[in-house]
Structure formats: C-alpha cells, structure tokens
Design a protein. Structure first.
Length: 170
C-alpha cells in the first residue's frame, strides 16, 4: 500500500496516505518523486470525507457481541474502496469534549448525530456522539477500532452503542 503507481484508495483529501488503522504513512522516495513529476492527487469529486451525504450504509451493528467479520461478510462493503467508519457513543455531557479530543489523536472527527438518524438506541441521560474517519476497512482493523471506541467510551463513563460503515454507491 502506498507504493503503487496509481492513487491509493487509502489517501485522504490532502494527498497523505493512511494505513488501515488511519495512521499517516510516509511515502517512499519513488512515490514522492512520482508525485512531484506527474502529480498524485485524486480528483476532488473522488475524495471521500466524513461529512459526505452522498453515501449509503454498507454495514452496521449495534450488537457488541457480533463479530466484525460476520457483519462484514453479510455487508455490501467494497474492501478496496474508501469507506467512512462511524462509531456511535453515548457519553455524559461532561465527557464529550475530552473523548472527542482523544479520538482526534487517531484522526477521528466528531460529526453531526443526524447522519445516523435514529438507528441506534442512546441510553437515557447520555448524549450521542458520532466519531468518524475515512479509511480502508477489514475485519481485523474494524475489531481493533471497535475495541478502542468501547474503551474510550468507558473511560468517560459512557458506552459504545454501535457502528456503521458507509461508502459511495457504485
């Protein structure tokens, strides 16, 4: 990943490359030279962002015991294409800002709650928070991210209530 001669689906709108964990990758010398000579950014309409509304849900779950692989196997996910992974947390009001700040360290952004509509039940007394980022998705990395989000919510006296993956329709 990041060494091919075409735009990698793991790239983000600013031209940086990201691995399956959403962490920035340093391009190899050949890739840096190629981009300098012929360019390497995707066309603006091809770039997926966490706030895009022209996406469809390809997989989701509110069952913390369901395995990521079983949900993805039953989904319409296109693994080679970028996707937005949205984690829905329920947090006390006084823990939202700190949780969002910590998630930002892993390139997550808080997005409006209305993007997940009423698909997830939020326990009474807690505020819904949706954290999202663009990445490539596979079962292993999705499981890791689900665990991270559950831990993040727990550390702030909340719970992870579900997740969803969205992609642009073909």
């Amino acid at each position: 990943m990041g060494t091919s001669d075409h735009d990698d689906p793991g790239s983000r709108h600013d031209g940086r490359q990201f691995d399956l964990n959403g962490r920035p990758m340093v391009p190899r010398r050949w890739e840096t030279l190629r981009r300098a000579m012929i360019g390497g950014r995707a066309a603006p309409r091809d770039v997926l962002t966490v706030t895009d509304r022209d996406v469809v849900v390809v997989g989701e779950s509110d069952d913390e015991a369901a395995s990521s692989s079983s949900i993805l196997d039953a989904s319409t996910l296109r693994p080679a294409d970028q996707a937005v992974v949205r984690h829905v947390l329920a947090l006390p009001d006084d823990g939202v800002e700190a949780a969002v700040g910590l998630a930002a360290l892993d390139e997550y952004e808080a997005i409006p709650v209305d993007v997940v509509a009423d698909r997830f039940a939020i326990p009474e007394g807690l505020a819904p928070v949706v954290l999202a980022r663009v990445q490539l998705v596979d079962a292993l990395h999705l499981s890791q991210e689900r665990s991270r989000m559950a831990s993040l919510a727990s550390r702030h006296s909340g719970v992870a209530v579900g997740w969803q993956i969205v992609q642009r329709p073909r």
